[in-house]
Design a protein around this ligand. Sequence first.
Ligand code: ZN
Ligand code: ZN
Length: 483
Amino acid sequence: MAEAEKVSAHSAQRHLSPGSLPAQRHLSPAFSRAEAPVPGLSPRSEAPVPGAQSQTRPGAEPGLNQSQDQRTRTRTKTRSSRTRTRTRTMWLMVLLCSVAPLTAAPMSKHHSGAGRMWHITDLHLDPTFHLDPDPAHVCSSSKGAAALAPGPFGDYLCDAPYRLLLSALDTLGRMVKEDDFVIWTGDSPPHVPPAELSTDLVIQILANLTLTIQDKLPKVQVFPAVGNHDYWPQDQMPDSPNDIYSAAARLWSPWLQEGALQTFVKGGFYSQLLRPGLRIVSLNTILYYGPNAATLNSSDPAGQFQWLQGTLEGAERNQEQVYVIAHVPVGFLPFVRNTTAMRREHNERLSAMFVRFSHVIKGQFYGHTHRDSLMVLRDQSGPVAVLPEPDRSQLQQRAQWRLEYVLTEAFALKDLSPASLLSLASDLLPPSSKAFLTYFNHFNVEFNPRLSCEGRCKVDQVCAVLNVAQSGYERCLGLQGHG
Ligand SMILES: [Zn+2]
Ligand SMILES: [Zn+2]
């Protein structure tokens, strides 16, 4: 196919489309211990919106599979002025970019207006978080481990307290303008064993965060997508109507139109015009997620592939541009060898469809990995798409959010077009690549700038950036002597 230019990012959370998206900004909140702690903050007292509260118990088992959590590119992160710890599971990503002129695709008969896109993902609210004399009882999501330095805004070993999310959304609410829009790519419940949640609790958490977002961003269009934790039991999202799809459809009805709600209640996916000429396609990639036994033997669960094909053909006919949003990303996980986030056959089918419609899809945005990363989708002739991802946030006594980085500035890119991002990806490979050190530090959301990634680690990273489909990925490993 022609050398369309489009980019898609993967793993963690969202794929940004290439085009000439202006610089993206990352915001990080900072928590300073200088501020007086808030005594006895309990989850019950802090949630203003009726919602999730699990009574619980410590001692859960490991829930978060690090290899399955990722994030995106613009986000908010908190840190302490003293201890710069991070919450392991609170991935609050806010991606900001403009949706104005996209150069990658042919000029549409419509023209995208101004406005910016913000990306929120993987909020992972832990309603059990509270300050407790026994550090092992601070939150269910620590699964019995002793919290390290809990404060009202969280702890490194806990998922996000409501207060932290409220602070982030409050800050976001002051920054967002009416022309902007928000994508919200899923995973609202905490990382706790299934026995500690239920369908009702998952719905309560979805309700809590939905109502909070509607309260803090009252005039802004939000496009949600479902995550693997947005179901009970987690990951087991079915390809048919169920209580959670129905509840989410009711909660999200202020944002979604009738046609979108109709497909959502059946399969958890939808498409809707953001404005003339720019369509959001929200996929339910949990249907393709390896641990989902409910769709194990289905080649096209909920008929989503067929629907996507028809939707993209319609967009092509109408000369619309499309942003794809979803939770579990297409492509290979950058931190583990030869492992796709979704099932291999579904990954191949989806990648092929993205290449086929690369002139229509302007960007893709995913959650799930809790890290910032990019993916460049290439066809036979060159780059066609790029996918970035989101990140996480943190704790302590006080929340101050700061801009973490701007992608174009961090890598001296003139824009975020597929060609620019492919050029960046090529710069990552050489030994002692400064660009790779910067990329890896942002990938880890600046968790520890001294973390190194050489040899096999680096090959895995770079091959995952450059290849979304199997054949190219394997070729990349082979070229680097790791095949
Ligand atoms: Zn997550
Ligand atoms: Zn996830």
